[in-house]
Every structure is written in C-alpha cells, then in structure tokens.
Design a protein around this ligand. Structure first.
Ligand code: HGY
Ligand code: MN
Ligand code: MN
Length: 428
C-alpha cells in the first residue's frame, strides 16, 4: 500500500519559539558560554515551566489532566471515546541541563497537535501530548519516576514518600503540593493506543554515522546505587598511612575499578560515579564519611547483573581491607526494554518517505518511553546531538534536524492513529 506522505506540515519557527521561551525558565550559562536550563524536578523553576506548557495546552483547547504524581496530559477534544495516540517526554532537567533534553519531545508534540488542528484534519482517534514528572531522577531518584507511576510500576503513595537527595527533607508529595501539581487524576493512568517519544540522541552515534534520524529499538538496563562509607576521621599530617581508615580511598579505588570493568567489557557497558560527598570535606582532615553514587548500564540484563555483583564484591573487599564500613541503597533498577517492532518499523518507514535512512539503534539514556512500553505499542525517534553532548548547557541540535524530527513525529503519530503500524511485520 503506497502511503501518501501525510500533508501535515509542522512549523519549525513556532517550535523553536517555544523551545527558546521554555529554555528561558531556569536559564543558565555553561562554562563556555552556552545557554542551558536548570529546572530540577518540583522546584519553583519546574513549576514555572509546567505553568508555561499548560498555558500552551490550554490555548490549543486541549483537555488537560494532572495526576497524583504530577504528570500532565493534554488531549485533543474528541467524542470518539477512543484511547489517544500519545507522545511526550519531560520538562524537568538535570542541574546543568541543555535546552532540548525532554523539552523537544513535549514541544514537538504540541507543535504536531497544533498543526493537525489548524489543518482541520479529522483523525480516527485523538492525539495527546504528555510531560511526565521527575524524568531525570537527579533530585528524587529513581529516574523516569512519573512515567513509572503512570504505567503502574510503582504505587503513587510510595512515590510521594520519596525524599530529596539534597538533604532538605522535602518529599515528592510535599513538593507536588507546594507547587500546586498534586493532581486529582488517579495513577496508574489510562493506557494510550500507542506512544512515541521524540528525543535528542544525547550521544555521538548519529553524528558519527552522518545520519539525521534514529529509529530507537529500546532502552538499555539501568542500575543506580548510593553507597555510604564510614571511616575514621583523623589528622592529615600526623596519621601514618598504615593506620588510616579512609573512605575517600575506597571511593577512588571504586571509581578506577568501574572504569576498568567497563573498558574490559566494552560497549555498550558504561559505568559512572556522578556524585561524591565527603564529610567534613576539608583539606587537612581524613574524611569521616563518604557517600557516592554508581550508575552502571548495559543492554543485556545478565551482563548488567554480573557487573553489579563484581562491583559489590570489590566494594566490600576494599572497604574491609581499609577498615571502612559500607552500606548501599538501590536508587533505581530497570531492566532493558525492547520497543514494539511494528512501531519501530513505522518510524523507519516514515523516515524513508522523507528521504532519510535512519539508524536502527538502542538508547543509552533512560526515557519515559521505556515505561509507556509497559502499557502500549511504543517506540522513539532520535535526532542528532552535536558532538554527542548532553546533560550539559552545550547540548545542541541543528534547527533543520529538530524540524525533521518534529515532522517525523507528526508522520508517525498519524500512522499510529490510522493503525498503519499493524501493516508492519517488523523492521524491514
Ligand atoms: O539517566 C538517564 O538516562 C535519563 O537522563 N534520566
Ligand atoms: Mn531526557
Ligand atoms: Mn536527561
């Protein structure tokens, strides 16, 4: 069946105006002068970002629901009673965020819906766009928290009890209430007919391969652990090396160990120590305690479990040698997710209709789509990241690639609304 390329034309200018306006909220300037955003989940800046996107949803006349974990869904008015084709992502950022991570998928969804509504196109079922709470998990772990609860992967009461890692004692529930986003809609949310997320790749693959589109097959497994080490604080000048119980030594050893394990295993294995806190954190005091985080990921869960075990064994061995006590807490653990091949094939076909040969690839980063995949046929569209940079104000993608990604989101959503994904056996 020859598909007529859908005649919905998105407006790149309108998309970029919204990207720029949202980026101004929590605006930061990176060390090399790049403009980024810092809107940690459920902070005042996150609230301002939410308010702005909700205003755009209201201006479009969308039916808006806010649920008990603060997820917001804007749906085209429809008396069909049919589940929507949903797109979306997140608008919370890491503390040194860029302008596109998450934001692109939400604002492109708004752009697609506005384009469809202004073209007066009648669809078999409505379209919807969502932003999910706390995708980054940087302030309230785990990541993808809002979409996890939306998909029924965590009870909303348990999620509301999660305490911020910043030592303020704030909880998800107290912050939702404080910023006015403790919504009435129940969790889990209603299953969409299908879900597709447009997102920047946040890595180097598309740029290195000279391609403009990624058809994402799934998301690798993610394991986050917080480690607390307690040693003996002492004088840096008088304590012989043989008498030290130094938690920072264990942190340093484990950081090097993680790098050696990831190097030995090779791609796609990755390992990161992203947060280290020392007490008392003074130049001439052997630390009393150290807390640090371990982020390890792999597309194969068996391999990921092996790495988790090796890391835990080495941590306990080197801590015992150093006379340092260890306690660990799992902050996030998500198995690898494989997206619906028919939706991936729909992304591939849409890209080819636009003259682009996509890279069929897994995602190294976590995304809300990996949670929605528990509820409905789901896939993602990647657009290139310049220099592979993300979680950094220098995060950038060309306007032409952003516009192509948004146009493909429109194409795929219209295909999904007409159930054309069911014509695909798999990824051709
Ligand atoms: O951690 C991640 O992969 C995502 O950015 N939350
Ligand atoms: Mn993201
Ligand atoms: Mn991110």
């Amino acid at each position: 069946m020859v598909h007529v390329v859908n005649d919905i034309q998105i407006s790149p200018d309108r998309l970029m105006r919204r990207v720029d306006e949202l980026a101004e909220i929590g605006a930061i300037t990176g060390p090399r002068g790049h403009a980024g955003s810092s809107r940690l989940a459920l902070t005042d800046d996150d609230r301002l970002g939410r308010d702005l996107v909700m205003t755009w949803m209201r201006d479009l006349g969308l039916d808006i629901t806010v649920d008990a974990i603060g997820n917001v869904v804007g749906q085209m008015p429809s008396d069909s009673g049919l589940a929507p084709v949903m797109c979306g992502s997140h608008i919370d950022t890491v503390g040194t965020g860029g302008r596109f991570d998450g934001n692109l998928g939400v604002l492109a969804g708004l752009e697609v819906i506005e384009s469809v509504m202004s073209a007066g196109v009648q669809l078999p079922r409505p379209l919807a766009v969502a932003f999910f709470t706390d995708e980054e998990g940087a302030r309230f772990p785990p990541d993808m928290l809002g979409s996890l609860v939306y998909a029924g992967g965590m009870a909303v009461e348990a999620a509301q009890r999660i305490v911020a890692v910043d030592g303020t004692g704030a909880t998800v529930g107290s912050e939702l209430e404080r910023i006015g986003y403790l919504g009435a809609a129940p969790c889990p949310g209603p299953a969409p007919h299908a879900f597709v997320e447009l997102h920047i790749e946040q890595g180097p693959v598309l740029e290195q391969m000279g391609r403009r589109v990624g058809a994402v097959t799934g998301v690798q497994g993610i394991s986050w652990t917080a480690v607390e080490l307690r040693g003996v604080s002492n004088h840096a000048g008088t304590t012989p090396m043989s008498m030290r119980c130094d938690p920072m030594f264990v942190v340093g050893h484990m950081t090097a160990f993680l790098r050696s394990v990831a190097t030995e295993i090779g791609a796609p294995q990755v390992a990161t120590v992203g947060r280290v806190e020392l007490h008392p954190n003074l130049i001439n005091v052997i630390p009393a305690s150290a807390t640090f985080t371990i982020d390890v990921r792999h597309t194969d869960d068996k391999m990921l479990r092996e790495v988790e075990q090796r890391v835990d064994d080495e941590l306990r061995r080197v801590a015992a040698d150093e006379g340092v006590s260890v306690s660990t807490e799992t902050l996030a653990r998500f198995e690898p997710v494989v997206f619906d091949e028919r939706v991936v094939a729909t992304v591939v076909a849409a890209a080819r209709r636009r003259g682009e040969e996509p890279v069929v690839m897994p995602s190294g980063a976590g995304h809300d789509a990996q949670m929605l995949a528990r509820m409905c046929p789901t896939a993602m569209i990647f657009t290139p990241s310049i220099g592979g940079i993300s979680h950094n104000p220098a995060e950038d993608t060309s306007v032409a690639d952003l516009a192509l990604g948004c146009q493909l989101l429109a194409d795929v959503m219209l295909d999904l609304a007409a159930d054309r994904h069911f014509e695909h056996e798999g990824i051709a």
